[in-house]
Write a protein that binds this ligand. Structure first.
Ligand SMILES: [Zn+2]
Ligand SMILES: [Zn+2]
Length: 173
């Protein structure tokens, strides 16, 4: 068994458009490498610095994320699961293991799809763009959009009715 406690530079392109591992940050690896019959079992945690922005108000978001890692890297000569396409298969290649894909999987699946700075973030004013978190009472004097839609609808109905009458008259002649 081998214990691996190391800080390594984090890969820069892990994440989605809004949030991911902070580029240039350090990744804290706290892993246990165990030799088992089929290969090497890697377990432990990787702690990454996550950086991104709130999907509602665009405020920066930062936190540390500890990803749980448990993965078996098979020896190349191991024939177990060889034809199983459904499972991601990792291999010990030339006595080396590459935990990069394992780490990506563990971090990316744990990232929020719609990151928010806080659960009840009010977002930005759709009219002028100021953060409603700074001024929850903020609003503009506008016509209720539901009434506006209704008003337009009744206009359309009225003009449709007029058109119908004209076409009817044309047919009569
Ligand atoms: Zn926010
Ligand atoms: Zn506004």
């Amino acid at each position: 068994m081998h214990i691996l406690n190391e800080q390594v530079p984090a890969p820069t392109d892990v994440g989605n458009a809004l949030i991911g591992i902070r580029g240039g940050s350090e990744l804290d690896l706290d892993l246990r490498l165990e030799s088992v019959h089929e290969g090497i079992l890697v377990s432990g945690t990787a702690t990454a610095q996550i950086a991104g922005e709130c999907g509602r108000c665009l405020e920066p978001i930062e936190y540390d994320f500890e990803a749980d890692i448990q993965e078996l890297f098979y020896y190349e000569e191991s024939e177990e699961f060889e034809d199983d396409d459904d499972v991601d298969q990792y291999w010990v290649v030339d006595d080396l293991i590459d935990i990069d894909p394992v780490l990506r999987g563990a971090v990316v699946t744990a990232l929020p799809f719609q990151p928010v700075c806080k659960k009840d973030c009010l977002g930005l004013c759709s009219e002028c763009g100021i953060s409603l978190n700074d001024d929850p009472e903020h609003q503009h004097e506008i016509l209720d959009p539901r009434w506006a839609a209704l008003a337009q609808l009744s206009d359309n109905v009225a003009s449709d009715a007029t058109n119908d009458k004209t076409s009817f008259k044309r047919e009569e002649k």
